[in-house]
Every structure is written in structure tokens, then in C-alpha cells.
Design a protein around this ligand. Structure first.
Ligand code: PLP
Length: 324
């Protein structure tokens, strides 16, 4: 099962002049390489899924897989077992079942809309889903993760921004990975959200050959800050099948993050995090999270006190040509 090639004309034009952008969307033969510790479902979504399309891993947060579609498919996608799988968008029956579940789980404070890209839904469907969620509890925080402002910024119309704003408290989480993605078009999209009163934060995936240099990341985070977007997470690559050519070894990641920390203000610096393999959950990454190492593994302390293995991949890094 491989991820299709799909990109918007807008992003393709950008990628024509920026190899770091082209690398994010151009299929590579290296995607056919699956390492023994890589899986189709590295976050173990399936093990925390009480209903189809609902992932309830943390008591106070639940994630809805709204649609399997994106406007462009990222070659490093960690949810590639679901993305573009043909499951399309939430059926009305699935939506009702999820709303009923959430009604019975008042401990859920935050609902995350993800996928795929939730902004692939038509405005009317999105508005209906949002009002269904808002009707549950007035204080429920909705978090919408999207790469649309990056790959299809004209989708963020004033009408769409008003639909989102009507469902506040709603946080938009964008996914900018490289300063070349900070175009006037993307800025207009972000500005449309902000002027409607929607807070915007960004998560970036650390990607070898794309953004694994401190100058690149510093320019990205400073640019976002200038737009009014708080860099939230810098994510170490997940162990998704066929994505090892995008991962940086953890030792490089720590060095890079140390340098970034000394360069950037607290507002500009995102939190370094990783989803622990085997369903260990998302944790902040510090050098001190590494309890011990051997030739093959880092042993990371999970929030439950358990030890989780994350591979040492220095040898991969040294062997492969840096495509950047
Ligand atoms: C990442 C994630 C969240 C949100 O985690 P935060 O640390 O609050 O950003 C919630 N649910 C699932 C299943 C996730 O993978």
C-alpha cells in the first residue's frame, strides 16, 4: 500500500525552485525500504481507537480522523496506513457515533480534528461537524490540524475563517516545515485566520535533507513568530514504514536543538517532541530522556515510567548522500 503522488499547482511551482520543498512531495524509491522496527501504524492509533475514526489515547484529548484526503501528500506521512486509503470522509453515522461517545466522556477537554486534512471537507460539512461538537459543551476546545495554509492557501477564504471562528474556542495548528513555504499567499491565509480571532500555532517535522539545519529552522520559526504564529512542536520523525530517509539520528537532533535553543527566544522555540514507539505516547525529548544506549537502541523514559526503544540510525545517516 503506497501513498499516491498528489500536489497542488501552487506548491508544485514553489517546489520547482526549492529542492527542500520538492523533497517533501516527490516519491522516492527509498519509500519501498521498510526497516524491521518500522510499522504501518507507528503511533498505535488502532490500539486506542474505541470507534472507527476516533483515537482516544490521552484521557482529556480525543482525535477525530475527519477525512483520509489531503491537498498534497507528504512523503514522510506517519499516518500513511490511513491517509488516501479510500476511506474518504466521516460518514454521518460515524459522526453521530463519535458525538455520542464524546457526550458520554466529559473528561475530554480537547477534540483534535485531523486526518488527512480536515479542511478538505466542503464548508457546509465542516460547519455541521463543528456545530455538532460545539453543541456538546461550550468549553470544549477544538484543535484543527491542517497543512492547507501551506499547500493550498487560497482555500482559506474569509467565509471558511468565519465558519471556524463561529466554533471557538478553536485552535488552528498549521504545518510549515521550511521558510520557503512562508509565501505572501500563505501569509494571507494565516492572516485571514488571525483576524477572525483564531489562535494559530505550528508544528514542524524535523526532516533530513529538508530542514535539518539550525539556520533553516531558525528562519522558519522567526518568520512564523513575525506572522503571529507560535511554533508549538518540533517533532522527531516517527517510525513509519518507508520514511527512514527522512529521519535524523537522535544524537543529531539533540545537537541541533541545543544550538536552536541558544539562538532563539522562548516564543520562537518550539518544544522538541517524539511519539514513542509501541504506543508510548507523545513526550518531550531531552538528552536526559535517554536512560541508556546500546549499539542499536536508545532507551527513552516514557511518561508511564516504562522504557521505550528508539533506534540509533547514525549509520543510515552516514551512508546515504545528503540530498539537500
Ligand atoms: C499528538 C496527539 C494528541 C495531542 O497531544 P498534545 O501533546 O496535546 O499536542 C492527542 N491525541 C493523539 C492521539 C495524539 O497523537
Amino acid at each position: 500500500m503506497s501513498l499516491p503522488f498528489l500536489v497542488t499547482p501552487y506548491y508544485r511551482r514553489l517546489a520547482d525552485t526549492h529542492p527542500a520543498l520538492a523533497r517533501q512531495i516527490t516519491p522516492s524509491p527509498l519509500e519501498a525500504r521498510t526497516l524491521p522496527y518500522e510499522t504501518a501504524d507507528p503511533l498505535a492509533d488502532a490500539a486506542h481507537s474505541p470507534l472507527p475514526r476516533l483515537v482516544h489515547r490521552y484521557p482529556d484529548r480525543a482525535l477525530i480522523l475527519v477525512t483520509d484526503r489531503c491537498a498534497a501528500y507528504c512523503r514522510f506521512c506517519f499516518r500513511r496506513h490511513f491517509t488516501a486509503s479510500g476511506e474518504s470522509s466521516l460518514t454521518p453515522g460515524q459522526e453521530q457515533a463519535i458525538l455520542a461517545y464524546l457526550r458520554e466522556h466529559p473528561e475530554v477537554e480537547e477534540v483534535l480534528l485531523s486526518g488527512g486534512d480536515p479542511l478538505m471537507l466542503p464548508d457546509t460539512r465542516l460547519a455541521a461537524l463543528l456545530s455538532g461538537l460545539r453543541a456538546l459543551r461550550p468549553g470544549l476546545v477544538i484543535r484543527l490540524g491542517t497543512r492547507i495554509p501551506v499547500v493550498l492557501p487560497t482555500r482559506i477564504t474569509a467565509r471558511l475563517a468565519r465558519i471556524l471562528a463561529a466554533a471557538r474556542p478553536l485552535w488552528v495548528v498549521t504545518h510549515f516545515n521550511h521558510p520557503a513555504e512562508l509565501t505572501p499567499e500563505a501569509h494571507a491565509a494565516v492572516e485571514a485566520l488571525l483576524t477572525c480571532g483564531l489562535p494559530v500555532v505550528n508544528q514542524t517535522v524535523l526532516l533530513r535533507g529538508v530542514n535539518d539545519h539550525e539556520e533553516t529552522l531558525a528562519a522558519l520559526f522567526r518568520g512564523l513568530l513575525r506572522w503571529g504564529v507560535k511554533p508549538y512542536y518540533l517533532l522527531q520523525g516517527d517510525l513509519a514504514a518507508g520514511t527512514s530517509h527522512f529521519r535524523t539520528p537522535l544524537s543529531h537532533t539533540f545537537d541541533l536543538y541545543d544550538r536552536l535553543s541558544s539562538m532563539l527566544s522562548g516564543l520562537a522555540l518550539p518544544v522538541l517532541a517524539v511519539d514513542l514507539p509501541d504506543g508510548g505516547g507523545k513526550v518531550r525529548l531531552h538528552r536526559s530522556s535517554v536512560v541508556r544506549t546500546d549499539e542499536t537502541w536508545y532507551y527513552l523514559q516514557g511518561p508511564d515510567g516504562g522504557l521505550y526503544r528508539y533506534p540509533r540510525e547514525e549509520h543510515l545517516y552516514e551512508r546515504e548522500d545528503d540530498p539537500s
